[in-house]
Design a protein around this ligand. Structure first.
Ligand code: ADP
Length: 410
């Protein structure tokens, strides 16, 4: 079956068409700057096609139609008719308390529930739903499946997912740990089992998805038992521009004391929650500590040239990831392997070294420095290590396609 995977953001609609016979990507690209000036990109790997041009995308529906039109284009297309697409899989950031697993979108009610998660995922819920609506309109005769980033974490026990706030408030606002990056953690945990020639049920592991956003997950027998992101993707280690977990009392301290200039009136007033949330999400993390650098390549280059603030940011990142990882090893009662993935996890030997250094004696973890320099799927376990340390590239789109296939053919 051919499956179209859609990842709709507020101003973009990313797509990948898979042939699930061999899990090959037939075409992929992005409809970017939807509602602005519209930029369309398309790549069909086998055909050596790559186009990028200005197109008017007033909304997600026009963008979805542009994707289908291009996929069947007689010159650059990869299928002869839209009916060759057997199902569409949609990446949905938050399933709230409604969705514990990939779900067939067989009614408007499913889409409405995704929209109802907008308080939990303010940036993503509405665009995710708009993507589904647009694609259901463009492809009304195929199954559409919603695949939730939060689903893999729904197996967390109460001890890991409950916040110690008054119960009535938690219930009123659906406050609990949901986690994020679940599709990636699920994919790499399954791939790791495959790589080791074992079943997921036979393994305990900690998976570290380290990218612009970073999360760490404890996986026991293929199921998530704890994860570092919380109600929102702000919790956990400090990240590119997110502060990570901080003392919650910092929030009222800043709200009560920090004054900002009101854009409309020009008067000084107290900072509001939205403004502080923006600071914690977009102006904090290694970006703040380093004095303006969020890309780990820049941080490493500058730290190597003696920039102390960048060195501190890198050190803090390794420190906090190590702290969470070691906590999960204790929770799991030991692990078989540690797995690094995503932009930094896959490409950052310095971070992997920082996270694992000094752990041979206390936890039996050591990495092999030579292997640590290799790219791709690689075993970087040191010769004295009791625990395997692996780098497994993530592929969230393929995981979405696999889950979509499973639901669509159920
Ligand atoms: P996201 O999907 O969360 O936007 P990615 O998983 O693509 O992020 O990770 C992006 C980050 O990966 C970049 O910000 C950069 O810090 C890091 N990265 C990419 N390549 C390298 C590299 N060669 N060395 C160190 N870090 C890298």
């Amino acid at each position: 079956m051919k499956i179209l995977v859609i990842n709709a953001g507020s101003s973009s609609l990313k797509y990948q068409l898979f042939d699930m016979e061999n899990e090959e990507v037939l075409a992929k690209g992005n409809c970017d700057r939807i509602g602005i000036d519209g930029v369309f990109s398309y790549k069909a790997p086998g055909k050596d096609v790559s186009i990028e041009k200005d197109v008017a995308f007033p909304n997600h529906t026009v963008a979805a139609n542009k994707v289908l039109e291009t996929l069947v284009d007689p010159e650059i297309g990869v299928i002869s008719d839209v009916s060759e697409i057997g199902a569409a899989g949609h990446r949905i950031v938050h399933g709230g308390s409604f969705f514990m697993e990939a779900t067939l979108v067989d009614s408007d009610e499913v889409v409405e529930k995704i929209e109802a998660c907008k308080t939990l995922a303010p940036l993503h819920a509405m665009p995710n739903a708009a993507g589904i609506r647009a694609c259901r309109q463009a492809m009304p005769n195929i199954p559409h499946v919603a695949v939730f980033d939060t689903a893999f974490h729904s197996t967390m026990p109460d001890v890991a997912k409950t916040y110690a706030l008054p119960r009535d408030l938690c219930e009123k606002y659906s406050i609990k740990r949901y986690g994020a990056h679940g599709t990636s953690h699920k994919y790499v945990s399954q791939k790791t089992a495959e790589y080791l020639g074992k079943k997921p049920e036979e393994l305990k592991m900690v998976t570290l998805h380290l990218g612009n956003g970073s999360s760490i997950t404890a996986v026991d027998k293929g199921r998530c038992v704890d994860t570092s992101m919380g109600l929102t993707p702000l919790a956990g280690p400090l990240m590119g521009t997110r502060c990570g977990s901080i003392d919650p009392a910092i929030v009222p301290l800043l709200l009560d004391n920090e004054l900002v200039k009101d854009e409309k009136t020009g008067e000084m007033r107290h900072m509001n929650g939205t403004e502080l949330n923006n600071i914690m999400n977009k102006k904090s993390g290694v970006f703040a500590v380093s004095g303006g650098y969020s890309d780990f390549r820049d941080l490493e280059a500058r730290a190597n040239n003696g920039d102390e603030a960048c060195a501190l940011a890198l050190e803090m990142f390794g420190y906090q990831c190590k702290q969470i990882m070691a906590g999960y090893i204790a929770i799991l009662g030991g692990v078989d392997c540690i797995v690094f993935t995503a932009g930094i996890g896959e490409n950052g030997p310095t971070t992997r070294r920082n996270v694992c250094k000094g752990l041979l004696e206390p936890l039996g973890i050591e990495i092999d420095e030579e292997a640590n320099q290799i790219r791709g799927t690689v075993d970087i376990t040191g010769k004295n290590s009791k625990i395997k340390v692996l780098v497994i590239p993530t592929n969230e789109e393929l995981m979405i396609a696999k889950e979509t296939l499973a639901v669509a053919t159920r």
